[in-house]
Design a protein around this ligand. Structure first.
Ligand SMILES: [Cu+2]
Length: 116
């Protein structure tokens, strides 16, 4: 019978695929807002995969997280933590900033790097 080795190799291929998926899923990043700045001014993620972004405002006043290219505009109250997810399809460098009045000018700005 030649059937068994065939099924066995199929199972092995399937297992390898599952293992590969497990390695690539954690596309996560945390951005901390503290003392009128993004503590991570550069975030690098992979294109074509969902990314879970965790925003942590450690200041005692409100901030915002804005990325025009992805139409993301989030407000964070004092000491608030928020999460958002999106899938960047195209590699490139994208600006993120805080749209609270004066904050962008004060340096609340960073770059999201999407790698192919
Ligand atoms: Cu701000």
């Amino acid at each position: 019978m030649k059937v068994r080795p065939y099924i066995l190799s199929l199972l092995l291929i399937l297992l390898c695929l599952l293992a590969a998926c497990g390695r690539t899923t954690p596309n996560e990043a945390t951005i901390t807002m503290k003392e009128m700045a993004f503590q991570q001014s550069e975030i690098t993620i992979k294109a074509g995969q969902p990314v879970a972004l965790r925003l942590v405002n450690q200041d005692g006043y409100a901030h915002a997280f804005d990325m025009d290219e992805f139409d993301i505009h989030m407000s964070l109250a004092a000491n608030e933590t928020a999460e958002l997810s999106f899938t960047p399809e195209n590699p490139g460098r994208y600006l993120f900033y805080c749209s609270s009045p004066g904050h962008h000018a004060a340096g609340m700005v960073g770059t999201l790097i999407v790698e192919p």
